[in-house]
Design a protein around this ligand. Structure first.
Ligand code: DAK
Length: 259
């Protein structure tokens, strides 16, 4: 059996996933995808899990892209299949029932930037660098980057980043909305857990449904407004919504049960 490439630590109702291939700047190889897929398929819908933080081992790189040494032998058919597989794993992150936060420590390039963008929230350390350098290799992004970059920072800046491959630093990524917080290098994970702690006190079904609604906006098959009134009905009929209202009236904190 191959050695684990993701350290998985349980911290109360949260998980910290650390991509652990520092010799390759945490580049994404097939083992990383297998372990991400196993983790997110195991815990999807388990409301005792209230959030996940993903980071990279060390302070140099979050993830410096897909493992370049692994995809040299791919052809059009196998490459396309692998791209689809990677996209599906990143959709699992994007659709997870609880918030997934990328704590970006250093380089987030290519597939690393794509993984960060599939997370719900991104926190950057001051040494973070984001980029999509695929065209340097004669490639296009393969894990959703060409779409999510536009969603997050808009067409103009996205196309410039994709074509020039220029990296942007933490402050520029904050200005563009690619990340929502910049903290001192080394404090990314702590900041991510602060955010998770805040969200963990909310109604878990409602949190899940907010994630679904935001995703629906970008899903061409979905009507987000229709989904919103349907989800509203689901949440207001839940035990948690009754508890939320009662707790407000009784001036106490609600105790949600994900029911
Ligand atoms: N893959 C494999 N190894 C990598 C790597 C990567 N992406 N990035 C770095 N490394 C390795 C280096 O080879 C080096 O290993 P040794 O030579 O020591 O054995 C070690 O990490 C340290 O890197 P450097 O010596 O280069 O460190 P520097 O500080 O000098 O430079 C750097 C840091 C991040 C600027 C540089 O390492 C760099 O430019 N790295 C490559 C960045 C990059 O181009 N990443 C790929 C982006 S394209 C696909 C789907 C998706 C994709 C591809 C295919 N299919 C489905 C087929 C996506 C592609 C991408 O992500």
């Amino acid at each position: 059996m191959s050695e684990k490439v993701i350290n998985i630590e349980k911290k109360d109702s949260f998980f910290l996933l650390t991509i652990n291939r520092p010799h390759a700047l945490n580049a994404l190889n097939s083992d990383v995808f297998n372990e991400l897929e196993a983790f997110f398929s195991t815990f999807h819908g388990d409301y005792s899990v209230k959030g996940v933080v993903i980071t990279g081992q060390g302070q140099k790189a979050f993830i410096a892209g897909a493992d370049i040494k692994e995809f040299a032998s791919l052809d059009a058919v196998t490459g396309s299949a692998l791209s689809k597989r990677g996209q599906d794993v990143f959709f699992m992150i994007e659709r997870f029932h609880a918030p997934v936060i990328a704590a970006v420590n250093g380089f987030a390039l290519g597939g690393g930037c794509e993984l960060a963008m599939s997370c719900h929230i991104r926190v950057a350390g001051t040494n973070a660098r984001f980029g999509q350098p695929e065209v340097n290799l004669g490639l296009v992004p393969g894990y959703g980057g060409s779409q999510r970059l536009i969603q997050l920072i808009g067409k103009g800046k996205a196309i410039e980043m994709l074509l020039t491959t220029d990296m942007i630093d933490a402050n520029e990524s904050l200005r563009l909305g690619l990340v929502t917080h910049v903290v001192d290098s080394g404090q990314e994970v702590e900041k991510a857990f602060d955010i998770l702690n805040k969200i963990a006190a909310k109604g878990p079904l409602a949190v899940h449904q907010c994630i679904q609604l935001v995703n629906a906006y970008f899903d061409k098959e979905s009507n987000g407004f229709e989904k919103e009134y349907k989800n509203f009905g689901l949440t207001i009929g839940s035990e948690d919504a009754k508890e939320g209202a009662l707790a407000f009236v009784e001036k106490r904190k609600p105790v949600f049960k994900a029911k």
